[in-house]
Design a protein around this ligand. Structure first.
Ligand code: FCB
Length: 453
């Protein structure tokens, strides 16, 4: 076994999202979110579950912070539930929601864990959805106000701010095929939704610059802002030109449609032409593209696998269909393909020299507690080891990769899969809410301590 090491200061972290762990969905004045609404609609979630209680992190966060401290993690990426702070999306602030995040951030800092805060991990206030959600341009303005409030309230204590998590999923799955909240099938609006998400990102960056945040820790770098994109490699199923074009289109819709506006200030021409034929046209106002392309400080990359695409005219969006994985898979059915890390980072680097972070990487497997009380998740350890090795490979090839965040700290509510998919380093018993470290949590603790694998 050879060992690999990482640059000093490499940020080893874990990641979660508010709706997936917090629970307390209507406590302390929190407003309803589009995920509350979706989960309360029968038939939308695979196992009929909801995030009403989830991991009850809203009450058990001290235990979760203590766990991270014991693991030695350097950073914790979590999201703020917008409707916890602004129950109806704006104007009226809920101080109890603000206090919750203030206490969490303070506790993290006390343990020397850097908070990495995502402003939008998909849980829009339902009140804004009632006014059209992201189809309505006004939502982007409301987001910028919420972001501005968050910067001015928590800003100096948060070294890394993330505007959005995977706008692709919010747009295509929320408004396209309707599997995610708000569960709509309005394909003609999908590109406008994506555009408004990006616009809101750009407006939040403006608010961030105007707030001129300064680090609360003397000598530490000042807070920085970026965005998190899902970047999965797309490969053609064969060398047939039709399949090659199909993979280019799916890459175009899932990767380039977001990378190009952010870094080049325009949408990819081939994709605009393609979507126009499907009557999908984004509503872009003059000046929007400059706002979207305003300089940021880093890019976060979420990657889990690759997708192999075959041309299929029946597909509504890109005329491509995923074929079966070509190797072993995780419980999600995702191929275990460690090079996805390297390829995704290289893809990002083709657009920008900014510092990059792997903001999510991890795997779900079927598991239960062994009779001896442990969880021997050797498959997760192997997955993480091989994916971390690809991070090292990218660094060797010149990528400015600054950190790696395991998805997820603990088993949680996996969106429309409900509780059926366990991604955690820590096992959650959904009956008792007891947490148990899996073997991978101990293993990750050693990786962090040694700064390598
Ligand atoms: C990502 C999401 C995250 C989690 C993982 C498995 O797309 O950002 O919330 O669901 O997938």
């Amino acid at each position: 076994m050879t060992s690999i090491h990482f640059p000093d200061g490499f940020l080893w972290g874990t990641a979660t999202a508010a709706y997936q762990i917090e629970g307390a969905w209507d406590e302390d004045g929190k407003g309803e979110s589009i995920w509350d609404r979706l989960c309360h609609t029968p038939g939308m979630i695979a196992d009929g579950s909801t995030g009403d209680v989830a991991c009850d992190h809203y009450h058990r966060w001290p235990e979760d912070v203590a766990s991270m401290a014991a693991m030695g993690v350097k950073a914790y990426r979590f999201s703020i539930a917008w409707p916890r702070i602004f129950p109806t999306g704006g104007v009226q602030v809920e101080p109890r929601g603000v206090d919750f995040y203030r206490r969490l951030i303070a506790a993290l800092r006390e343990q020397d864990i850097q908070p990495v805060v995502t402003l939008y991990h998909w849980d829009l206030p339902q009140a804004l959805q009632d006014r059209g959600g992201w189809i309505n341009r006004d939502t982007a303005l409301r987001f910028a106000e919420y972001a501005d409030f968050a910067f001015r309230t928590f800003g100096n204590d948060v070294p890394l701010w993330v505007t959005h998590n995977e706008p692709l999923i919010a747009a295509f799955f929320g408004y396209g095929n309707g599997t995610n909240a708000p569960g709509l099938r309005r394909s003609r609006d999908v590109l406008t939704v994506g555009h408004h998400l990006l616009l809101s990102h750009g407006l939040a960056v403006q608010a961030f610059r105007a707030a001129r945040l300064r680090s609360a820790t003397p000598g530490a770098p000042d807070p920085r802002i970026g965005i998190v994109l899902m970047i999965w490699p797309h490969h053609p199923a064969s060398r047939h030109p039709r399949d090659v074009a199909a993979a280019q289109r799916s890459d175009g819709a899932m990767n380039r449609l977001f990378l190009e506006p952010l870094f080049h200030g325009r949408y990819p021409d081939d994709m605009l032409r393609h979507f126009r034929r499907r009557l999908m046209v984004p509503r872009v106002a003059p000046g929007d593209m400059e706002i979207i392309a305003a300089p940021i400080d880093f890019l976060g990359v979420n990657t889990y696998t690759r997708l192999i695409q075959r041309a299929d005219p029946r597909d509504l969006f890109v005329g491509a269909r995923q074929v079966d994985p070509r190797g072993p898979t995780t419980a999600m059915g995702w191929e275990i393909y460690p090079s996805c890390i390297y390829e995704a980072l290289m893809k990002a680097r083709a657009y920008t020299d900014l510092p990059l972070y792997i903001t999510e990487s991890g795997a779900a497997f079927e598991e239960r507690i062994d009779p001896d009380g442990g969880i021997a998740d050797a498959d997760r350890i192997a997955y993480l080891r091989d994916h971390i090795a690809q991070c090292r490979r990218a660094i060797q090839d010149g990528v400015d990769l600054r950190g790696y965040f395991v998805w997820s700290l603990l088993d949680n509510f996996e969106w429309n899969h409900g509780f059926s998919q366990r991604f955690g380093l820590i096992f959650t018993d959904y009956g008792t809410l007891k947490r148990t470290w899996k073997r991978s949590a101990y293993w990750y603790r050693d990786v962090i301590a040694e700064n390598g694998v």
